[in-house]
Design a protein around this ligand. Structure first.
Ligand code: BES
Ligand code: MN
Ligand code: ZN
Length: 499
């Protein structure tokens, strides 16, 4: 969908539907709502006084104007109580109304936005409207062949504004466009089934990202990994016929001398569990086990498009985890890239193995910060639920930066502790570490394991096992892949620039 800014007044705008947001607790209509109400002979106030429209969060009502206005319909959308207003409510409202209109097979709509909804955050208000609309309209359709002509699509949203606001609106829309494109990219990769999103195809997608200015891509193949001693990654890959790939993307937006932020993403294109095989039920969802890799690819793509003055390196160990005669086995001991040895107690705890090699390799870039993103543990879903990113790490300042970014983007991040006592749980009797603890504190022991392979740089681990995929429509995340952590990390990077 295209978003345009146009000069004018919403009440006088010709459109299939003009979108009007209202608060639940505003006593009487004011401003634009009042103008539209008066010109339409009280269509809105009638809806409200009869109790048909209460402006509850994301409540929608579509009314025909029957010639009283140039627009054919008014689409009312609720924002809830004024005191509870947030950017997240605004994203949700626009996602709902745009989806509602698309279902009615409407292809164009217009709206105006009160830029003072949140004082001093004009740009964020506009960005939220654009992001909510675009993210809510996402659909994954490449494999639908029957009835394609019935797929509905919204083509255009016009933002009607005063000319003096054009520059702030246009720049916010441009940012939102770049960021949602990156989220769409990540969602597409995660939605693709594992037969269509192999490590080689992921590497190809990375090469496409590197067509941008200041972005380069390097892909290490199996022979190179052998030569380098990335044996933990190779062990996980050993059961699969798909070649593993170690993907390196670099964006040079900052000064040459400046240390990069290194983003590491788990790129497990299919996690069957390996010899410690998973139950058949929902195993299909393990095509999403490369969500972390897809997210960090999206982030570097957005950073390059936003031309952020930073150096960013993305590392993605990409492989399948399969059972076979050549697969690694419980009990095996691996010498990882770092030189440290790992006893494999469970081949389904494979994410931490491939990340161990990637994190050890990351330290060679002498990073300003290292952040890894991974669908690492089912235990994280048990602890925090489906919607929450688990955060663990060694650096309070870096954790605070992530927290701050999350407040803005609406992604839910919650910290879990990484106290010394947990490290006991991953000590091996005959190797340095074991790849699986007991049943307790699964997310923490996984992070404790990762910490052994991180160098001296500030490090944060984000476990996205819960929110990377949703089995029901959420406000601006349609059922399926969420692209979680893309907006979070782009916001984190943007905040780093402003400092
Ligand atoms: N990819 C899974 C974690 C996961 C589970 C992600 C559910 C998304 C939804 C990971 O590789 C895994 O299998 N972890 C095991 C670890 C255990 C064997 C120590 C788990 O969580 O059960
Ligand atoms: Mn696994
Ligand atoms: Zn996994």
């Amino acid at each position: 969908m295209k978003i345009f800014v146009k000069k004018g007044v919403l009440a006088d705008t010709k459109s299939q539907a003009i979108i009007l947001t209202l608060f639940e607790d505003s006593k009487k209509l004011t401003g634009m709502a009042l103008e539209i109400d008066q010109k339409s002979n009280g269509l809105i106030s009638e809806m409200i006084s009869n109790g048909d429209f209460e402006a509850k969060p994301s409540q929608i009502s579509v009314i025909y104007t029957r010639g009283s206005l140039p627009a054919k319909r008014i689409a009312l959308v609720g924002l809830g109580k004024h005191s509870e207003f947030s950017l997240e409510k605004l994203r949700a409202a626009f996602a709902s109304v745009m989806r509602h209109l698309r279902n009615l097979n409407i292809k164009e709509a217009a709206t105006s936005i009160n830029l003072n909804l949140i004082p001093r955050k004009k740009d964020q208000v506009i960005q939220a409207v654009a992001e909510g609309s675009l993210l809510g309209l996402y659909q994954y359709t490449p494999f639908k062949t029957v009835g394609r002509e019935d797929l509905k699509e919204m083509d255009q949203l016009n933002i009607i504004a005063n000319e003096k606001d054009f520059s702030v609106i246009e720049s916010a829309i441009k940012k939102a466009r770049i960021i949602t494109q990156a989220v769409y990219f990540a969602r597409d990769l995660v939605s693709a089934p594992s037969n269509e999103m192999t490590p080689s195809i992921m590497a190809q997608k990375a090469r496409e990202i590197a067509r941008r200015k200041n972005v380069s891509c390097q892909v290490l193949d199996k022979d190179k990994m052998k030569e380098m001693g990335m044996n933990a990654l190779l062990a996980v890959a050993s059961g699969s016929n798909e070649e593993p790939k170690f993907i390196i993307l670099e964006y040079a937006g900052g000064k040459k001398s400046e240390a990069p932020v290194v983003l590491v993403g788990k790129g497990l294109t299919f996690d069957s569990g390996g010899i410690s095989i998973k139950p058949a039920d929902k195993m299909d969802e393990m095509k999403t086990d490369m969500s972390g890799g897809a997210a960090v690819m999206g982030v570097i793509m957005a950073a390059a498009d936003l031309q952020l003055p930073l150096n960013i390196t993305v590392l993605i160990p990409a492989t399948e985890n399969m059972p076979s005669g050549t697969a690694y086995k419980p009990g095996d001991i691996i010498k990882s890239y770092s030189g440290k040895t790992i006893e494999v107690l469970n081949t389904d705890a494979e994410g931490r193995l491939i990340l161990a090699d990637a994190l050890a390799y990351a330290s060679e870039f002498k990073p300003a910060a290292v952040i890894d993103v991974a669908t690492l543990t089912g235990a994280c879903i048990v602890a925090l639920g489906d919607d929450v990113i688990g955060m663990l790490g060694t650096d309070d300042k870096l954790k605070k930066e992530i927290d701050k970014a999350a407040q803005t983007t609406g992604e839910l991040v919650w910290e879990l502790p990484l106290w010394e006592s947990y490290h006991e749980l991953i000590k091996s009797d005959i190797a340095d570490y074991k790849n699986s603890g007991s049943r307790v504190a699964g997310t923490i022991t996984a992070a404790a394991f990762l910490s052994k392979f991180v160098g001296d740089s500030p490090w944060v681990h984000l476990d996205i096992a819960g929110p990377s995929w949703t089995n029901k429509d959420k406000t601006y995340i349609p059922k399926g892949a969420s692209g979680v952590a893309v907006r979070l990390l782009v916001e984190f990077l943007r905040n780093r620039v402003q400092k």
